[in-house]
Design a protein around this ligand. Structure first.
Ligand code: GDP
Length: 427
């Protein structure tokens, strides 16, 4: 059976922890989109890890970890990450890389930097990992697929020569930076070939057989619904689809095989980068939530940047869950809210004097003011609780209030960063 683990919000919902947890009973875990621009933080028996490219199932010896064709594959980063976990005592994971995945080139990273430099204050807040230039090239059909590393030398050099004409025009005239050469790009690709060769696989064929054999397969999403290029807060979005539906394409499986969609939804809001964030809070109130948030504070796993903070947003989360096609909500980081006397929850958006619970397009979203309902806090530490009935009444009320507002069943509640901090709720 195929299960997708995806985010309802702006990312950083705790998908890594949920994937790591569900991976215990899975055979295969696949990354199907995004690149090394966002990170998952995982805490388990081996220690604390920030993963950027590897799927969050790499810590078990019974799993196969797959980089799907939809991923922006940064080969040196992937190999550093593997080395990083093996150096900390994790057994060498079984990794497969799709022969149809495309590679992030060093010049994609440079173009990302140069463009942010050019835009200055109007920048997108990119992590400068080359993701937007990478996907632009992929769809402009001037990217490099892993399979092309095995093409003959002359064909590959001819393609490089075609590609760098465009790149060099921009480097020379727009950015005033050093130019690319055919030999330089070819040498980089040959280095990548050496690193990736042992792992290259026809992933869709592998998965076709795995599904036939009844294997348990997890699709692991990066970021969340709000960052989807079509359905999110365009243009402050990422460059590949963050939705479970894209899992079929980014892994190469039939869409109807995705039977379960676990949408991870954080008990309060956080966001990185620029863009609309209606329930955002500021000042001391935000600082305290950031300090107490997640595991050791809400700071980016890739960049260390402080995350923007806000109260739970039912409008955005209802929409985020709907677009994912949610069958189960995993409600995470609930333990963090235990310090609050009262907890505001955004239940509607006031746009030009009219209140709506439907998430609008960005032009209208810009005008939205949050409408809050304030719920009583539970004022205690809920970590360690294993049964839903043992949660304080106000805590259960908070969960049930939000469940009603968003309209999707909350079947898992995460009350701590570890694998075992989970409460299952039968619905
Ligand atoms: P992801 O990108 O969706 O995997 O999310 P991140 O890893 O960026 O952010 C989630 C953070 O919250 C990480 O530091 C996790 O260790 C932590 N975390 C996950 N679930 C919980 C939870 O239930 N409680 C607490 N306190 N921290 C959690």
């Amino acid at each position: 059976m195929v299960t997708a683990v995806v985010g309802a919000n702006w990312g950083d919902e705790g998908k890594g922890k949920i994937t790591d947890m569900l991976a215990e009973n899975s055979d295969i875990i696949i990354r199907f989109q995004g690149g090394a621009n966002a990170g998952h933080t995982i805490i388990n028996d081996y220690g604390k890890f920030a993963l950027h490219t590897l799927p969050s199932g790499v810590f078990y010896d019974h799993t196969t970890s797959i980089i799907g064709n939809g991923v922006a594959l940064d080969i040196p980063k992937l190999f550093n990450e593997v080395k990083g976990i093996v150096d900390k005592g994790v057994p060498m994971p079984k990794i497969l890389v799709s022969d149809r995945a495309q590679m992030v080139m060093p010049y994609h990273v440079l173009f990302d930097e140069y463009e942010e430099e050019r835009l200055k204050g109007a920048s997108f807040g990119s992590t400068k990992s080359g993701i937007a230039p990478f996907y632009s090239d992929k769809y402009a059909k001037i990217g490099f697929q892993v399979s092309e590393l095995f093409d003959d030398e002359q064909s590959l050099k001819d393609k490089i020569a075609r590609v760098i004409v465009q790149k060099n025009a921009l480097l020379e005239h727009l950015y005033h930076k050093p130019l690319l050469t055919v030999d330089g790009v070819y040498a980089t690709l040959m280095e990548y070939k050496e690193m990736v060769e042992p792992f290259v696989c026809d992933v869709s064929a592998y998965l076709y057989n795995a599904i036939k054999e009844g294997k348990n397969i997890l699709l692991e999403g990066q970021l969340g619904s709000m960052k989807d290029p079509d359905h999110g807060i365009y243009p402050m979005v990422t460059s590949s689809s963050t939705l479970a539906g894209y899992g079929a394409i980014g892994a190469g499986i039939p869409p109807y095989e995705i039977k379960k969609i676990v949408t991870v939804c954080k008990a309060y809001s956080s966001a990185v980068g620029a863009g609309e964030f209606t329930s955002e809070i500021f000042g001391e109130e935000a600082d305290e939530l950031r300090r107490r948030g997640g595991d050791g504070g809400e700071f980016g796993a890739t960049t260390g940047r402080p995350r923007r903070m806000g109260w739970f947003d039912c409008v955005a989360s209802k929409y985020g869950c709907r677009l994912q096609g949610t069958t189960d909500v995993a409600f995470t980081v609930l333990d963090v809210l235990g310090y609050l006397d009262e907890i505001p929850v955004c239940v509607g958006y006031d746009i030009d004097g009219e209140v709506t619970t439907d998430f609008p397009t960005t032009t209208r979203l810009k005008k939205a003011k949050p409408v809050y309902e304030v719920l009583p806090g539970w004022k205690c530490d809920i970590r360690g609780i294993k049964n839903y009935e043992d949660l304080p009444e106000n805590c259960r009320n908070y969960i049930e209030f939000i469940e009603k507002q968003i309209g999707f069943p909350i079947t898992m509640i995460s009350n701590g960063p570890s694998r075992s901090d989970i409460i299952y709720r039968n619905k």
